[in-house]
Design a protein. Sequence first.
Length: 191
Amino acid sequence: MMKKMILGVALAGLSAAALADKPDYLQDSRLAAVSLMQALSGELKRELEAKGPESAVAVCKTMAPQVAAEQSRKTGMKINRVSLKPRNPLLGTADVWEQQALQTLEARAAKGEKPETLEIGEIVKEPAGNYYRYAKAIPVQALCLSCHGGPYDIGAGIKAKLNSDYPHDKATGYTLGMLRGAISIKRPLAE
């Protein structure tokens, strides 16, 4: 607990009874995460079919942040994609809570839990107030490997596009079923 306090994140200590009259934070977060994943997956598949994998890089670069921002505005939750190996460190770097959540999700996957079912939700107290924090694992699918796979999975054209668009890219070397990152949701709680 002391480590979390030093890092600025601590459990709020709110009881289940205190949450009984609150909205269903877990269900709302699940719906928001699934909605974002479906929207991005649909856009990515359309672009792959229409123009191929090199063009699909633009979906993740421009469309993904736009869709996440739009859903954040609609829901009042901060919704984004994070990773321990971000492709774009300006948008995908995990904060302290997200880093801990990603490490926990990876440990659970290593123990045999199905990556597509992994999620974490909890109430945390931060200096700015209480929040419901949620992370839903993003497992690597076959579709992901052409841009996030190993050196033999990524074609020369995609490598060139990634090098020009993401000079600090760390988001490669994945295999099918690994955790690519998570959809992260941060929702302020009324006092």
